[in-house]
Design a protein around this ligand. Structure first.
Ligand code: AP5
Length: 190
């Protein structure tokens, strides 16, 4: 783990975290760990635990910290060859960040995709037409937004300058140009 950049990727539902991570993987060869994707894998396994997780995700609330962190640690351990890690959708609350840094490793930077609720709702409703995700419906989207607004500010306050706020209501390529500037700086400082 030492010497490898670890970057937290945060932002509201539909702010474009996954889209930008896909571009970063291509450019930097990092390992992309999306907590949402890892949780959906568990749900799709059909396990009893998965059914409980599905209900939480459908309600737009946060899955318990211990469950998410254990899942992330497991995924990191399975990717020892990675050049670095993008931890996408994590932390969702300050406690998640503190526990991660205490028990896994320090993060070197945070990218925060800043987007209005209106745009996020539009994107997710549109994605919901084909995504099949249990949480891409208007009712759950509202709850996901409320959860996001409740828990995010303490993360931004705690990390200050380490957190790079990127306006995320532009063309994907323009957003990515800012991403590259920040990731290059994070890698150079490592
Ligand atoms: P998760 O799967 O992480 O969902 P989310 O954070 O709500 O974000 P999304 O994946 O829906 O959106 P995104 O920001 O990645 O945007 P995307 O690039 O896909 O989490 C789901 C649930 O799991 C949570 O609600 C919670 O219950 C649980 N969970 C997850 N992590 C957890 C954690 N750490 N702790 C506890 N619980 C956790 O883009 C969205 C759409 O917009 C796409 O259609 C895309 O094509 C489009 N788009 C993207 N960029 C642009 C652009 N620039 N212009 C126009 N359209 C764009």
């Amino acid at each position: 783990m030492s010497g490898k950049p670890v970057i937290f990727i945060i932002g509201g539902p539909g702010s474009g975290k996954g889209t930008q991570c896909a571009l970063m993987i291509e450019k930097y060869g990092f390992c992309h760990l999306s907590t949402g994707d890892l949780l959906r894998e568990e749900v799709n396994s059909g396990s009893e635990r998965g059914q409980k997780l599905n209900a939480i995700m459908q309600s737009g609330q946060l899955v318990a910290l211990a469950d998410v962190l254990a899942m992330l640690k497991d995924a990191i351990d399975k990717n020892t060859e990675a050049k670095g890690f993008l931890i996408d959708g994590y932390p969702r609350e300050l406690e998640q960040a503190l526990e991660f840094e205490k028990t896994v490793t320090k993060c070197q930077g945070i990218l925060y995709f800043d987007c209005s609720d209106e745009t996020m709702v539009k994107r997710l409703v549109s994605r919901g037409l084909t995504s099949g995700r249990v949480d891409d419906n208007e009712e759950t989207i509202k709850k996901r937004l409320a959860t996001f607004h409740t828990y995010t500010q303490p993360i931004l306050d705690h990390y200050g300058d380490l957190c790079k706020k990127i306006p995320a209501e532009r063309e994907t390529a323009a957003i990515f140009a800012d991403v590259v500037t920040h990731v290059d700086a994070i890698c150079a400082a490592k």
